[in-house]
Design a protein around this ligand. Structure first.
Ligand code: C5P
Length: 231
């Protein structure tokens, strides 16, 4: 089977051995992995460098929200490791996003994604932090801001993809976590969708974690993500 770069597997593990085992089980079929704060903190940056050395692409989900100088430094450190994607919080505003984009210019393979609204958040969660807009409005607002700041794309829930594709145009990356396989429980994802629905709506990539990594047979689950049965 041809490796498929549209499906990114999230290695959300608290130790390197478990992550390595998943990579081993998926083999050549998967060439794109997401590493987040848990694994990066537990295992250190060597796993990023080793995956890149194996020819894998790495989405380093740092969710940066810092002063622009520190954001730029973290982006440069990611670029130096050969990372392909880094996330920055759209809620941090234009200067943070622009600093990330600027720092990425030295690394031709590196793209900056703005995180709009975490897929678990609801309108009530936004109201709690003083945001009067609905989630839908906030997602579009931050996506427009991200585009203006020069970001290469956004991360967003499957349900936001169609509207985002309309406002961001055909070249933008739209990377969607919050993926569930048909028939799976969606308790944790307030705004979830299946891989097929997300890609059909215009996502450039889907991020899937536990449905693959905690499956009895990760390789079989990965194949299901790539070619989900018709709903
Ligand atoms: O739920 P799953 O294991 O597929 O999560 C994969 C990735 O999707 C996580 O690393 C997380 O960053 C992201 N996610 C999200 N919103 C959720 C659940 C997961 O953005 N509600």
């Amino acid at each position: 089977m041809e490796p498929n770069s549209q499906v990114i597997v999230a290695l959300d593990h608290d130790n390197r051995a478990t992550a390595d085992a998943v990579v081993e089980q998926l083999g050549d079929a998967c060439r794109f992995y997401k590493i987040g704060l848990e694994l990066l903190t537990a295992a250190g940056p060597d796993i990023v460098k080793d995956l890149v050395a194996q020819g894998k692409e790495v989405f380093l989900d740092l969710k940066l929200f810092e002063i622009p100088n520190s954001v730029a430094g973290a982006v440069r450190a990611a670029g130096a490791m050969g990372v392909s994607l880094v996330t920055v919080h759209g809620m941090g505003g234009s200067s943070i996003m622009a600093a990330a984009v600027d720092a990425a210019r030295d690394f031709p393979g590196l793209r900056i994604l703005a995180l709009t609204v975490v897929t678990s958040m609801t309108d009530a969660d936004l109201a709690d932090i003083g945001v009067a807009d609905t989630v839908d409005e906030q997602v579009l607002r931050l996506a427009r801001l991200a585009r203006k700041a020069g970001c290469h794309g956004v991360t967003a829930s499957p349900q936001d993809v169609a509207a985002l594709r309309r406002i961001l145009g055909s070249d933008a990356l739209i990377v969607t976590p919050g993926i569930v396989l048909p028939g799976e429980s969606s308790a944790e994802h307030a705004r979830h969708g299946t891989p097929g629905a997300a890609l059909t709506a215009g996502a450039s990539h889907v991020v899937v974690g536990r449905s693959v990594t905690r499956a009895a047979d990760p390789a079989a689950a990965f194949r299901l993500v790539q070619a989900p049965p018709a709903a």
